[in-house]
Design a protein around this ligand. Sequence first.
Ligand code: HEM
Length: 556
Amino acid sequence: MNILSKEMVLQVLVWALQAIGVVVFAEALRGIWWLVNMLFVQPPSDPLRHLPGPDAPKMRNHFRETMDPMQTPETHDRWRELYGKTFRFHGFGSFDYRLLSFDHRVISYVLNSPTFEKPWQTRRILSNLLGRGIIATEGDEHAFLRKLISPAFNTHFIKSLTPLMFAKAEELKYKWDNIVSSSSPQSPEKLDEKTESATIDVASWLSRTSFDIIGLTAFDYSFDALNDETDEVYNAYKTMLDAQAKGPGFKRILELFFPILETLLPDQHLRNLKRSQKVVRATGLRLVSEKRAAILADMSAKNGQQKDLLSLLIRANLSENHNQRLSDDEIVNQLSTFLFAGAESTAISAAWALHHLSLDTSIQDQLREELLSSNALSQQDPTAAIDALPYLDAVVRETLRFVPPAHGTIRVATQDEVIPLSEPIVLRTNELVNEVHIKKGSYVHIAIEGLNYCKDIWGDDAREYKPSRWLNLPPSARGQPGLANLMSFSYGPQSCIGWRFSLIELKIFLATLVTQFSFEPAAEIGKYNAVITRPYVRHKFDLGPALPLKVSRLAS
Ligand code: HEM
């Protein structure tokens, strides 16, 4: 009996091993076929191969040339000169043809057509991080969320949030003032000189301020990060978002393709991430339930003032058909998305603005002169007053043009498609064509920075930081389809929903800080692209994103 059961166990083991062997063999075959198909079968039939463009050896890619902001301006200029406005380059190797175009007809077609979606890799990264927020969705789900969320970002509502933005900008001003005071030896002679100064990492302080603003305006939650960085939810969000700040490592990329690795080979990073997500979700769910209870209880609030985006979202959700309503979890995903998409991008733009003002004192002086002579900050309606200042507007837009936080975006064709061109191109076969054929699965790269640097749109000085261009834009730039006359917020159904929010926040930051301090460079700054274009101190990349400036208090 014993012997029999041993034999049976052995037999079962053998069968199990055979079954595993068959599965492994089948998977290996599938993998080999996938590789052969990708490397040898698909490329010869890819219509993009006929387009002009740079060639690459089998396993070399063009990612650095197309995505590293320290290289892209030169690369784009060179490639445009050689290949024209629409061409192809290589993704993971010479087998991987990708479309790159500086033709707005192509861009507009791709950004507006339902055939083109964000690649699954982008959406998986985003939803692994934030849950399924609007930025990670497509099709009907996206359209539904966009309709639900859009009212929360209208001009009127954003204007109601500006007192909070002003209050936080003032708080930042006092923080910097204290830093300057504590690092400058006090002496009476110095009071009317511009010598009281300190070196401040403006990127980090602006990030703390911007987090505080989104916390309060989006979900009425005080991170109070400007005071200290101890709040548990703030730190949880920082852990989640900082994971992106140095770019994905090799293991993260492998996990994207083989999610099972997260379970098989957990590491400290993943454990921290999961812990942070738990903290964010628990607090988010609590806030949603408290807000909803308050809204339901307070019938008079039906037409009353909403003071945060969450209340607006809950109210819009409550008026939806019962079976279409978002769950509390789904609402929390949207809040995390606002934080992810809005906090760092606006803070980094403000830091880039101060950087460029520090590099050109005449621009800085002109801006300060406009702000002081208009007395905009002391007006009864300071939001309207600063919003009406042409040079402030020019500095903000020029900064967003010159260093767009989103360096580019990518779309993938979900079926074979024909994209119209605004001007014909000559294929490698010498054929003149008015359209580009693209097959299902091909990637289209939208070079946001590249489009912002186009000489045929912006003029020969496109690669100079020059706010004055906005006071007299060339007609080619005036007709740009992008939001705020730029590509920086993209356009089409998936364009930035928070663009008005960030424009006014940037203006409030600059108006508050430039009237109080002057800025000079404190280090050589480089830029790198990890989800957004971030500053770092040259030769000190390991320290992470930073933008130190010499900040001096102006004589009163
Ligand atoms: C300087 C600041 C900002 C820049 C440059 C910026 C840029 C962008 C860009 C380029 C996209 C499109 C991404 C793509 O198609 O791949 C986008 C989408 C989005 N942005 Fe912004 N953004 C900024 C600030 C904000 C703020 C403050 C918020 C919210 C508070 C926000 C919320 C969103 C959301 C929710 C989406 C997804 C929209 C959708 O999928 O329909 N952004 N942003």
